[in-house]
Write a protein that binds this ligand. Structure first.
Ligand code: NOJ
Length: 777
């Protein structure tokens, strides 16, 4: 219980802050699949603190500085002797035999036998790859996040890993930014719910369990909002935005027990994440009571220097907040970064910094203590190796339960954006002859997205392509590529592929020879993820022309999109009769696509980020503040684009259709007036008014119309995904409290003001049912 009580003690002065994040997340998990989640906290363990202190006393400064060092698989290969120093941690080594050998060297051949912490980016699966996190968020089902981290942890631990650099919880209003694919989109609440579910699933109640790992929530902080969407770019934002939009998912992950955190590359108001004392020490460690450790991102400590660095062979540089390596190390350590990834300035200059009094021995000890604490909690001193031999570990991959969960998750993550026609175009009849056409139609590699883990390890056959999945359910299906999307790294051709080589004649012939067409379009996996920023959000290359060519055949067709970001679909929305957003669905992509396209699974996902009509509207997001001149396309002096005849996005946050229809009615509140720290229950009815069973996500938003600082026009504060039979009706309830209607001000205080609160319910962020209550003085 000590972690509980430590945090409770730390929270006394910031009761409102704790209530905000914890209450917010609690409210949602109450309404989701909580039973599947393990208890969040590590058990109280005074004994661990004793062991940490005892070990620390025996360590030389050199040994301590090695513990602060985190090396890549490549660095270890160059110098395997690092293992017996031993370094604190190693990342990206996934060969179980090598992990075992390094660990053996550390445990048996170093003076104190301190085990190494092996880490990996298990973001949405290790070998059994689930949908990308943006896709998983579309499910509005925390059980999807639970599954991807439960199985991801199990497979990671089997090869000897004990830490994962996940969950990635960077709220983002930037679809140009390729890393929007890695987290849960534009809403802090949705990201918080998913973050907590992932931490609990990967760590369990006690991450010393042999199939569990410690999580590292990243990238701390506000990495999702770089200027212009350019990766690693600077971020300048108010305290209230930082606290209300970007920090809540981190707090939720810490409250769920995440014992490590990764600081971010970007600067926030001029101070890089890994040198940000206020964020790392004041907020994370003091205010939130975090007693685990913070590792830097890749060379982020070296990047604190200006370019070119004073000592040229020191490598990466950039932010210009430190003149040289020693200064960079001192800034990062003093800020609260405990472990340094890839660059080794802590180790190289630590002794001199301590001798000169620029970094205190107490701070070094604090960092080492945090790292050892996590290693003891992880049970590494008792069980430094995987429970499986390297041979046995192979058998732990892609087990049937994991593969079945990945297929289910992919189906639940798909969002039906359009389904015109009478009868509606989707679902298709599997008994008819189906032509799968398009550059993504038979691609294995793209299906696993930009963090594919070991998803395509020597065995692309593990990945089911859209064509393979469709052919398995529709006899005689054909595949024609039509054109190729670009897979090159920058600098690349402007057309992003699907260019001059495009063979639309073959595609047209294939469509003509079939009864119906599934057009598999979108982005290659290289187009999203880290350092994959796009300045155009349309379908890359000539894919829009391919749609037009297929439409001209007169055959019924649907567009299935595979992509890692919101796209601007203005040019295709009128051409395509049906559009299904499949994201990058993972190893079971094809089966899940076929399940949805042929109606075995009725799509119920909702967008976790707004889809603009055109890139020029970006950033465009539902939770924006109001303005004195709201958009009005019929007059001039207001907040609009001169060249756009509409105000909002093409598809809003929370939007998604189904093969059936739903009605959300009867929003009612338990009370019209509530004390500041009271509770209000909202109830709302949802009914399936169509003729098929299906899923609806009922969403609850609030707005504080009069506050001392402008409040977002809507804020999501609850959601529930329910499955209803035709004609079935259910009443859902949501509980709201001060953590929902309060907000952070620009001094970083959580405030709860008296006054009216509007509550909206419906099935997207345009929810129209409204009721109000008053918060009393
Ligand atoms: C850099 C990325 O920003 C981070 O997300 C990742 O965990 C590290 N590289 C390690 O791979």
């Amino acid at each position: 219980m000590f972690r509980f009580s430590r945090r409770a003690a730390a929270a006394v002065s910031i009761v409102a802050i704790s209530a905000a994040a914890a209450g917010g997340v609690g409210a949602a998990t109450r309404s989701s699949d909580e039973a599947a989640l393990a208890p969040a906290r590590q058990p109280a363990d005074r004994a661990i603190e004793k062991r940490v202190n005892k070990l620390l006393k025996k360590m030389t400064l050199e040994e301590k500085l090695n513990q602060l060092t985190l090396l890549s698989d490549g660095q270890m290969k160059e110098n395997p002797a690092e293992a017996r120093k031993p370094v604190g941690a190693v990342f990206s080594e996934v060969d179980p035999a090598k992990i075992r050998a390094y660990q053996q060297d550390a445990v048996e051949n170093s003076r104190l036998g301190i085990p190494i912490l092996f880490a990996y980016d298990t973001i949405h699966g290790f070998r059994t790859i689930f949908p990308i996190p943006l896709g998983a968020a579309s499910s509005f089902d925390p059980a999807v996040a639970t599954d991807d981290h439960f199985f991801g942890a199990r497979e990671s631990a089997a090869v000897g890993l004990k830490q994962i650099y996940s969950p990635m919880v960077d709220v983002s209003h930037e679809p140009r930014w390729g890393r929007i694919s890695e987290a849960g989109g534009e809403d802090p609440y949705l990201n918080s719910v998913f973050a907590a579910a992932r931490v609990k699933a990967a760590q369990g109640g006690d991450y010393s369990a042999r199939d569990k790992v410690v999580t590292s929530v990243k990238h701390y902080a506000a990495y999702g909002q770089p200027e212009g969407g350019r990766d690693y770019g600077t971020t300048d934002m108010s305290e209230q935005r930082l606290r209300n939009l970007y920090l809540p998912p981190f707090k939720a992950a810490i409250d769920a027990g995440s014992d490590t955190v990764m600081c971010s590359f970007n600067a926030i108001n001029g101070v890089p994440g890994c040198a940000h004392r206020r964020l790392e020490t004041d907020v994370l460690k003091r205010e939130w009571g975090f007693d685990g450790f913070v590792e830097s991102d890749y060379t982020a400590v070296a990047e604190l220097r200006s370019c070119p660095p004073r000592i040229p062979d020191e490598g990466s540089c950039g932010h210009g907040v430190a003149g040289d390596g020693p200064e960079a190390a001192a800034r990062a350590l003093r800020a609260g970064t405990d472990s340094e990834m890839v660059s080794t300035f802590f180790r190289d200059y630590g002794e001199e910094l301590v001798a000169e009094g620029r970094v205190s021995m107490r701070r070094i000890d604090d960092a080492v203590r945090r790292i050892l604490r996590v290693k003891f909690r992880a049970g590494l001193f008792e069980n430094p190796y995987s429970q499986f031999t390297p041979e046995q570990a192979k058998a732990e991959m892609l087990k049937p339960d994991a593969v079945a969960a990945a297929r289910k998750a992919a189906g639940r993550s798909m969002v039906l954006l359009k389904n015109d026609g009478a009868p509606a175009t989707l679902p298709l009849d599997p008994g008819k002859k189906t032509a799968v056409i398009g550059p993504l139609g038979n691609s294995e590699r793209d299906m696993v997205g930009p963090w594919w883990g070991r998803g395509d390890d020597n065995s692309p056959a593990d990945i089911v392509t859209p064509f393979e999945g469709i052919a398995a359910q529709s006899a005689g299906a054909t595949f024609t590529e039509g054109c190729k999307v670009s897979r090159t790294e920058p600098p690349h051709d402007d057309a992003e592929g699907c260019g001059a080589e495009a063979n639309f004649a073959d595609a047209v012939a294939a469509a003509e020879a079939a009864d119906q067409v599934v057009l598999a379009l979108g982005e290659s996996r290289e187009m999203s993820g880290e350092a994959a920023v796009r300045s155009v959000l349309d379908l890359p290359g000539r894919q829009e022309e391919l749609i037009a060519a297929i439409k001209a055949t007169g055959k019924p067709f649907v567009v299935v999109l595979f992509n890692g970001r919101p796209l601007a679909l203005e040019n295709i929305v009128d051409t395509a009769p049906a559009i299904l957003e499949a994201w990058f669905p993972g190893v079971q992509a094809g089966n899940a696509v076929a399940d949805v396209v042929f109606g075995q699974v009725n799509p119920g996902g909702k967008l976790p980020a707004s889809f603009p009509r055109r890139v020029g509207q970006v950033p465009i997001y539902y939770n924006h503040e109001p303005t004195g001149r709201p958009c009005d396309v019929n007059s001039k002096y207001n907040s609009r684009y001169r060249d756009l005849p509409y105000c909002g996005p093409l598809y809003e946050f929370g939007f998604g259709l189904s093969y059936t229809t739903f009605e959300v009615t009867n929003l009612a509140l338990s009370s019209q007036s509530v004390a500041r720290s009271g509770r209000v229950t909202a109830s709302v009815d949802v009914a399936n008014t169509g003729s098929r069973a299906g899923d609806e996500v009922v969403q609850l938003y609030i707005n504080d119309p009069v506050a001392k600082i402008s409040q977002p026009v809507r804020r999501l504060r609850g959601f529930q995904r329910v499955t209803l039979a035709p004609g079935e009706k259910r009443t859902l309830t949501f509980t709201l409290d001060r953590s929902d209607w309060g907000f952070y001000d620009n001094k970083g205080r959580f405030v709860v003001e008296p006054g009216r609160i509007d509550v909206y319910a419906g099935n997207s962020s345009r929810a129209s049912l409204r009721q109000s209550f008053r918060v009393r003085r």
